[in-house]
Design a protein around this ligand. Structure first.
Ligand code: HEM
Length: 512
């Protein structure tokens, strides 16, 4: 669109200068004014031609991040592309500058309402709560009691216990099978870790305790429901028909979640933990005054914590292990670093992580090539009319950032498709933060709605990967397939299967 204006302006400029009189000048400026008004009235943001009724809904199915990046390229709309999903107006950027404007703007501090999120009570939890006093209170409570450095330090021992259990479980499996699917172990570990932090429940990873099996099923179902593109979110006239059965599945799930979490809250009310061992449920129950939450809100907040903290961590570790299996030289360098910094006969401690510089670079490189939320998981919603990159954007517009496209952009990254952790070891990228200040690589989002669990997530992922690598050499006899599947997070489409060789000492074999 801009290039049309430029061409037209040049044409009139040429006409005007060919016979330079005051009438021509007046004529020229009048025309410029009329043309500018004409283009301004229409949307000046380029985008794909919409189909009747559904608009560009096809862009959001399957691997949406890839389809959107391809559409933006073909419309020459990397900075900002506009399209519609049924009745929803959407803008999306593949540029770090524009991403910064969107994510850090107070106009985009809200999230679009998804029917599944609403029905699964997430509108009362942090992720989907409308921007306002309630959301700010929740973020403050979570920041103080779950995500602050002191709290992360307090839960260090817990992550160590879970990590040891993971090693034991893998050791047990290695005696049973030649090729091990790590996903199940990682998901169990992640869920067990969150159940401990949030509910104070401690389960062995290898136990098939009814409560943890039940919670795993509830989380899986919620995860699937939230990840589905729900047509009725964008075509409200379809709402009465519930064509994908999402509403009916949500209505079956919610009472089960309510019953499950309420039972745990009641047990905490009856037997509060001593303050030193307080879990997140104890913390919410102890709130007083304006911070005090209704029981229904408490259920929503606790359920979201379990939900958000479980899959993101497991998905990211699976991608890291896949890359380490695929790039044997990189894995050897991580092993060499562990031998040098920790020593082959010692157990990795969380305090070692800051000294494992190469491992840190590996984690960053995996976040660059395989961000768990390639479109930053959950979009933003404009609360007011605003301007982005010089374009007017109306209130109610949904905004997305294609972090996957940004972190593979050849204009920003040298050899963007190569897996090269070394790029983060020197030069201008050496101290690059992935926490949201540099939008070239911001897998946890940025601004006031950025991920509150980012420090906890990074600590858990780095420590567990270091511990697994300290114990095992990871290989494969089936190859590694890097194909993706986009659900709520972007997972490996074909779960990673590995062979394991113990590095340290003979392991105890845990009971089945
Ligand atoms: C590797 C791990 C993780 C990744 C890659 C990740 C990524 C993200 C992203 C991209 C967002 C949206 C940010 C934005 O809109 O700017 C988000 C939001 C959120 N994340 Fe995480 N996350 C991770 C771990 C966690 C953990 C461990 C928790 C909690 C236990 C958590 C809780 C949340 C919550 C509550 C929100 C919503 C924030 C709000 O709307 O105010 N995340 N996360």
């Amino acid at each position: 669109m801009t290039s049309h204006i430029d061409t037209t302006l040049s044409l009139f400029f040429a006409l005007a200068t060919s016979n330079f009189t005051s009438i021509n000048i007046l004529f020229f400026f009048s025309l410029v004014f009329i043309i500018k008004c004409f283009f301004h009235c229409k949307s000046t943001i380029p985008g794909p031609t919409p189909l009747p009724i559904i608009g560009s809904m096809h862009l959001m199915s399957g691997l949406a991040h890839r389809k959107i990046a391809a559409a933006a390229q073909s419309c020459r709309a990397n900075r900002l592309m506009a399209f519609s999903l049924g009745e929803t107006r959407v803008i999306v950027t593949c540029s770090p500058d524009v991403a910064k404007d969107i994510l850090n703007s107070s106009a985009f501090a809200d999230r679009p309402v998804k029917e599944s999120a609403y029905r699964l009570m997430f509108n009362r939890a942090i992720g989907f709560a409308p921007y306002g006093v309630y959301w700010r209170t929740l973020r403050r409570i979570a920041a103080t009691h779950l995500f602050c450095p002191k709290q992360i330090k307090v839960s260090e021992g817990q992550r160590m216990v879970v990590s040891n259990q993971m090693v034991e479980m893998l050791t047990f499996l290695l005696h049973q099978q030649t090729s091990i699917c790590v996903r199940d172990v990682l998901k169990r570990a992640s869920l067990s870790n969150m159940m401990w932090s949030v509910f104070g429940r401690r389960y062995r990873l290898d136990s098939n305790d009814l409560e943890s099996v039940e919670l795993r099923k509830l989380v899986d179902e919620g995860y699937e429901l939230l990840g589905i593109l729900n047509w009725t979110d964008h075509l409200p006239w379809l709402a009465d028909f519930d064509p994908q059965g999402i509403r009916s599945r949500c209505s079956k799930l919610v009472p089960k979640v309510n019953q499950f979490v309420k039972k745990i809250i009641d047990q905490h009310r009856a037997h509060p933990s001593p303050q030193l061992n307080a879990d997140f449920t104890d913390v919410l129950l102890s709130l007083e005054g304006s911070d005090k939450l209704l029981e229904a809100d408490m259920i929503a907040v606790l359920w979201e914590m379990i939900f958000r903290g479980t899959d993101t961590v497991a998905v990211l570790i699976e991608w890291i292990l896949a890359r380490l299996v695929l790039h044997v030289d990189v894995q050897s360098k991580v092993h060499e670093e562990l031998d040098r910094v920790v020593g082959r006969s010692s157990q990795v401690m969380e305090s070692d992580i800051n000294n494992l510089e190469y491992l840190g670079a590996v984690v960053k490189e995996v976040l660059r090539l395989h961000p768990p939320g390639p479109l930053l998981s959950w979009a933003r919603l404009a609360i007011t009319d605003t301007t982005i990159d010089g374009h007017d954007v109306g209130a109610g517009t949904m905004a997305m950032v294609n972090m996957w496209a940004i972190s593979r952009d050849p204009e920003i990254w040298k050899d963007p498709l190569e897996f090269q952790p070394e790029r983060f070891l020197d030069g201008s990228l050496k101290d690059m933060s992935v926490m949201g200040s540099d939008l070239r690589l911001a897998p946890f989002g940025s601004g006031r709605r950025s991920c509150p669990g980012k420090n906890l997530g990074m600590t858990t992922v780095s420590f567990w990967v270091a511990s697994l690598l300290q114990e095992f050499e990871f290989g494969t006899c089936e190859g590694v397939d890097l194909s993706e599947e986009l659900k709520l997070s972007c997972e490996m489409a074909n779960p990673l299967k590995v062979t394991l060789r113990p590095r340290r000492r003979p392991h105890c074999v845990c009971e089945a």
